[in-house]
Design a binder for this molecule. Structure first.
Ligand code: ZN
Ligand code: ZN
Length: 381
């Protein structure tokens, strides 16, 4: 029988050589084909959000430094971000007028531009009317230099022993009316904070997603071959957790889309979405960029937000790209969730009344027993 190392923070096999490690991706990578390995790697990275204009990094691991927009600061719990954070402030927030700092930043010891915050310039108007102080520098990433014992080597990547330097970032697009050039200066500052997961959480999410790939319909894998992965999932209460069935992440042992509840075929994981389906995705965040979406993507049961970390093992699954888009920024309720509210939606036809289904408390999500689902797409007054 396969046994894990006895160290509670280690997911390697018993009597392994070398250091203990929580992260052990070989539990699936050894047996997965390259497409499936890429799919899991991608799920561990932040998805493109047209982020360059905001100074966001894309396609980097979720356990990276995050950007907290100044206006979101009171929503977040900063201690969630174990890999660091930096606060983004717009010039119109920071300056009351030219070279005059707004009251809330005067003598503010929590927010220091050039230290844990930067100013993001996005228009020439702001750059001209509310310019950076003359002694301010554009942001840069500096690498540690063992020879000088200082951070004095400019670099473009954030790996290794680095610090951020400087006060502001330029992401100014030519507005069309002026003849000025676009000015994109200073490196990306971090990832979109709602996408954050620390390295161990990210690993457990990937372990769950690998297990769900193994259990897709027509999967080329035999679950019994993944003894190491099963042991890891079991250790973290993720192998037989009731949430899979309750949330329709799996049904009768097969991976399902939590919104439409249809079984997910292994081939759908890596096939490009059809052009007809793609049309429905034009407004989706997944679709920013030039690459086409796959039919099935990473699906979050609870929308990612600033208030809490939601890229966690019990909230990730695979779902249709089209279902993801339809769900939007809503929580995906299961039938059991809705039935528990006891909010019944009835339809009356003539003198006959029958039960359509159950709704959530805000009544924007309805399911019927047979798997039909309704989502409110607009709201009246
Ligand atoms: Zn160990
Ligand atoms: Zn679906």
């Amino acid at each position: 029988m396969f046994q894990l190392c006895n160290n509670p923070n280690c997911n390697l096999e018993l009597n392994h050589k070398g250091k203990h490690s929580f992260i052990c991706k070989k539990a699936w990578t050894k047996l997965f084909n390259s497409d499936d390995n890429k799919k899991i790697d991608k799920a561990g990275c932040c998805t493109p959000r047209g982020g360059d204009k905001g100074g966001y990094q894309n396609h980097v691991n979720r356990n990276s430094k995050v950007i907290i927009p100044y206006e979101k600061l009171n929503e977040v719990n900063l201690s969630n971000y174990k890999d660091g954070y930096v606060i983004r402030i717009f010039p119109t927030q920071y300056f009351a007028s030219k070279y005059k700092i707004a009251n809330e930043f005067v003598n503010n010891t929590d927010i220091k531009v050039g230290d844990n915050a930067f100013i993001l310039y996005r228009t020439y108007d702001d750059f001209d009317n509310l310019p950076p102080f003359p002694n301010w520098k554009i942001r840069s990433v500096m690498k540690y230099n063992p020879a000088t014992k200082k951070y004095d080597i400019p670099t473009k990547n954030r790996r290794g022993n680095i610090i951020d330097d400087g006060h502001y970032l330029l992401r100014i697009s030519n507005s069309g009316t002026n003849k000025k050039k676009n000015r994109f200066e200073g490196p990306a500052q971090g990832i979109f904070a709602p996408e954050y997961a620390d390295a161990n959480t990210n690993f457990l999410c990937q372990s769950v997603l690998a297990w769900l790939i193994i259990n897709t319909d027509d999967s080329p894998y035999n679950p019994d071959d993944f003894v190491h992965l099963k042991a890891i999932l079991d250790k973290h209460n993720l192998l037989t957790s009731p949430h899979y069935e309750k949330d329709y992440i799996m049904h009768n042992g097969k991976t399902t889309c939590p919104l439409c509840q249809k079984i997910i075929k292994h081939s759908a994981l890596n096939e490009s979405i059809s052009f007809e389906d793609e049309e429905g995705l034009t407004n989706s965040t997944e679709q920013v960029g030039s690459t086409r979406s796959t039919t099935v993507n990473l699906f979050h049961m609870v929308p990612l937000c600033y208030a809490s970390l939601e890229n966690i093992p019990t909230h990730v699954s695979w779902g249709h790209a089209t279902c993801n888009t339809r769900l939007g920024q809503r929580r995906c309720y299961s039938f059991t969730d809705l039935q528990a509210t006891e909010i019944e939606i009835d339809i009356t036809e003539g003198d006959k009344k029958h039960l359509l289904g159950y709704a959530n408390a805000t009544k924007n999500f309805i399911r019927s027993q047979n798997g039909d689902v309704w989502i409110r797409i607009s709201k009246g007054d």
